[in-house]
Design a protein around this ligand. Sequence first.
Ligand code: 5GP
Length: 191
Amino acid sequence: MKLLEERIRKDGIIGEGDVLKIGSFLNQQIDVGLVSEMGREFHRLFGDAGVTKILTVEASGIAIACLTAPYFGVPVVFAKKSKTSNIAGNVLCAECFSYTHNCVNNLIVPAEFLSADDKVLIIDDFLANGSAVRALCDLAHQAGAEVVGAGIAVEKAYQAGGKELRGQGLRIESLARIASMSVGKGITFCR
Ligand code: 5GP
């Protein structure tokens, strides 16, 4: 998506640990107009997939999911991150390694919010090694739901997640795919 690539070029900051910072328009301050256009694009890509629910993970996925959901007319469910899987009640829980915080979280969703009738579209801000998308798929599958695919804002295509998950048959649509990224040479996108 040209608009997003241009914005990343203009405002993205390459941080330590192979982390791209886009806090000025997505991860902290939110350019609602841009993110809403991203939602429109996700709908163009997945609009005929019969989506009944959008599933994401707190915190940064929520804004993208909420600006995508109106195009589909479906609710957003977000997984909470917890250090413990020991949560009371009937919950779905999947382990996720946090790329940015370098720790293991449990992603938790109350079981009542996903069911075997659901067709789930996963939405997230970044795809790196695939742990977050894998854990979200796991939550949906625990409920017996079908995952129709994953819509990602920024995929760092030189990292393993996209290739692995596509290899397992998951449809992934990423709006910007970074081919390489370094402080010296900047950012190049996949063509
Ligand atoms: P993965 O689970 O695919 O390894 O990493 C994806 C998750 O880690 C995303 O939910 C995102 O929050 C975070 N993440 C991974 N790479 C980056 C990055 O370059 N920049 C930012 N801001 N977050 C990232």
